[in-house]
Each structure stands twice: as structure tokens, then as C-alpha cells.
Design a protein around this ligand. Structure first.
Ligand code: PMV
Length: 359
């Protein structure tokens, strides 16, 4: 695996202090990543829609210090010092200091906030880690102005991956592939790439309503879940199936065959949870209302000849996916029927988006 292109070599300028703010989105996988080897190398390729409204905004103030051994940083989340998030970020900095040695020469004050409600069950690691990676790349570009936009995004995705695998898919949009795959040109295990082929117009502005079924802490973290794939009896077949599903989905995204899209996306969601059900120890992240919602979606689809479908993350929340042309009718259905299955009737209307923005 060649990671040398991500090493930091030149330093043209001396910068005493700098501050950058980036807004980076969450993403929702259509073909799921579940299972990895060190260092954050996925066992299969995955693809996701980048979201638009669910994002993290992170500002990092950098001030020059004498070189230290371990990254020196403070972390503020929604205005308050947040020491319990620090170990994860410290580990991230440790992993990336080989590629960003300059982080040891700055004191970093990190201010972060999410657009989605705190502890909504929406994974914030993808948007959170990608936002930090973008701020670091902004400093890197100040130090070495010659780096290209292409390298900037590639390295940001490479760094974000080392924080949280799915974060590698949160730099660009609207569709990003992470993991080497023979049919996806330019794809890599090291970073995410934009889906390289022309997508059928039905997938433009694709809608995703996130139904907040359970906002509590997950009983099993994704780190533990990924690890349980190591001795999993169905793991090898699952990794093979995911790569085959990505081949199929690549064609579906180009042809616009909605029946096949729905079948593949829902099967991926249920297979992800089937891997959890058949892990040892086994676990269940879905809740009764997750299943109620799935049944209601199937009923609505049948009765209305609709293209509505669902996917799931590693949690109980349901992502309802639908084309922009069905937005009005399905938003009514969600409001009138599905909201009742959500905690405090809460859901978030989102759609596919275009990735990170500097503020
Ligand atoms: O990036 P992680 O380690 O939190 O894993 C995310 C895994 C899933 O969200 C369940 C699937 C995916 O591909 O995003």
C-alpha cells in the first residue's frame, strides 16, 4: 500500500497563527462498510450519498509553539469544553502525525458543533473527523501553497479515514466510493473518490428523511461491531457480496432502474443488521419501531406504486430514501404516518449534497 504521497515534505512558509472553519456533512451508505483491518482498511468497497443538512462545523485556531511530542489541543463542543471526546481525537492525531508533522508545532483550539440534535443517534464521527481533516489541510496549504485542490481533497479524505472509516466519504459528493474496486476507476482503500460515472437524473437531489427512532447511546459501538467481523462465520461471503453489490449498483445508478435500486439498497441495510444478529456476541440495534416503519414503507410503496425505500445505519434510526419528484407526497406520508413511530415525533429532512464547504 503506497501512502508516501501523503507524507508532508515541503514547508515553504512560516506561519505563526492561523484559523480555519469548515463545514462537512454526514453521509449515508447504500453499500455498507462493515469489517476492517489495520490501519482502517475496509474489507469491502462501499458507496454513500453525501448529505446536505446534517453537518458538523469546526473551527481550529492554530498558534505556533515549540515542537511537542504529542498533539497539544483543547476541544470545545457547542461552546463547552468537552474532555470526554478528547481521547478519540488524541488517538486520531497520533495516527496522522506521520503525515502531518506540523500539528506538533501548533497549539490547536478546536471548536465544533453539529447541525443535528445532540445524541440524535446520527453518527457524528464522519462529519466530525472530516471537518478536522479539512482544517488541517487548510493549514498545510498555507505552509505549502503549491498543493493542488485534488491533492487537498484526497489527503483530507485519507486523514479523515484514519479517524473514522466512513469519514473518508464525507469530503465530496453527492456519491462517494471508498475501497478498491475493479469497476470503479480511481477507487482506493486509502481514500474516498467521487463516483466517476454519469448518474441517471432520477438520483439528482435524492431525498433522505432520517427518522429518529431511538436517540439513546448505541449499546454496541461501531468499533466493536467491526471487530466482531473478524471471527464471523459469514464474513468472507459478506465482503464478496458487498463488492458484487457495488458492481450492480454502479450500473443501476447509471441506468436509473428503480426496482433494482430499491431491492439492492434495502437488502444491504438488512444484511448489515443480519451481520450484527449473527455476530458472537450477537446484538440487535433495531428497535420495534424500526420494524414498524419498514413495514409501513413497504405498504406505502405497494399501495402508491412509489419508489420510496429505506436504509439503516448502525443504529435504530431509519433513513427514508426517495426521488425529488415524490418529495411532496412522501413528506406528507412521513408527517402523517411515520412520525408517530419516532421519539418525540422527530425526524430530519435531508437530501444528497456536495461535500465540505469552507466558511
Ligand atoms: O465509520 P465507522 O467506523 O463508524 O463505520 C460505519 C459503518 C456503517 O455506518 C454502519 C456503514 C457505512 O458504510 O457507513
Amino acid at each position: 500500500m503506497n501512502t508516501s504521497e501523503f507524507l508532508f515534505i515541503t514547508k515553504d512558509k512560516a506561519i505563526d497563527s492561523a484559523s480555519f472553519t469548515w463545514q462537512t456533512p454526514s453521509n449515508i451508505a447504500l453499500v455498507k462498510y462493515w469489517g476492517k483491518s489495520d490501519p482502517q482498511i475496509p474489507k469491502n468497497a462501499s458507496i454513500s450519498f453525501t448529505l446536505n443538512n446534517c453537518h458538523t462545523t469546526t473551527k481550529i485556531n492554530f498558534s505556533k509553539i515549540n515542537k511537542v511530542e504529542k498533539a497539544d489541543f483543547e476541544l470545545y463542543f457547542e461552546g463547552k469544553k468537552k474532555d470526554d471526546f478528547k481521547p478519540k481525537i488524541a488517538k486520531f492525531f497520533e495516527r496522522i502525525q506521520e503525515y502531518c508533522p506540523y500539528i506538533l508545532e501548533y497549539k490547536m483550539e478546536i471548536h465544533s458543533e453539529n447541525s443535528f440534535p445532540h445524541s440524535s443517534g446520527i453518527a457524528s464521527s464522519a462529519s466530525g473527523m472530516s471537518a478536522i481533516a479539512m482544517c488541517l489541510l487548510s493549514l498545510e496549504k498555507e505552509l505549502s501553497p503549491e498543493i493542488t485542490t485534488e491533492h487537498f481533497n484526497k489527503k483530507a479524505s485519507f486523514l479523515a479515514r484514519l479517524g473514522s472509516g466512513s469519514a473518508s466519504r464525507s469530503i465530496e459528493g453527492p456519491l462517494v466510493v471508498w475501497g478498491e474496486h475493479p469497476e470503479i476507476k480511481g477507487s482506493s482503500d486509502l481514500f474516498g473518490v467521487k463516483f466517476p460515472y454519469k448518474v441517471h437524473p432520477i438520483f439528482e437531489d435524492y431525498q433522505d428523511a432520517i427518522l429518529l427512532v431511538d436517540k439513546g447511546e448505541k449499546q454496541v459501538s461501531s468499533t466493536v461491531g467491526h471487530n466482531l467481523m473478524h471471527d464471523h462465520p459469514y464474513a468472507e461471503n459478506r465482503f464478496k457480496q458487498a463488492n458484487e453489490n457495488l458492481s450492480k449498483l454502479s450500473k443501476i445508478l447509471q441506468s436509473g432502474d428503480m426496482k433494482q435500486f430499491i431491492n439492492l439498497v434495502e437488502s444491504e441495510a438488512l444484511t448489515l443488521h443480519a451481520m450484527m444478529l449473527t455476530s458472537n456476541p450477537y446484538f440487535i440495534l433495531m428497535k420495534p419501531n424500526t420494524l414498524e416503519i419498514i413495514n409501513q414503507i413497504w405498504k406505502y410503496r405497494e399501495e402508491n406504486d412509489s419508489n420510496i425505500c429505506f436504509t439503516l445505519d448502525a443504529g435504530a434510526n431509519v433513513h427514508v430514501l426517495y426521488p425529488a419528484s415524490e418529495k411532496e407526497a412522501i413528506n406528507q406520508f412521513i408527517k402523517n404516518t411515520l412520525a408517530a413511530y419516532c421519539q418525540k415525533n422527530q425526524y430530519i429532512c435531508d437530501k444528497s449534497g456536495y461535500g465540505a464547504k469552507i466558511l
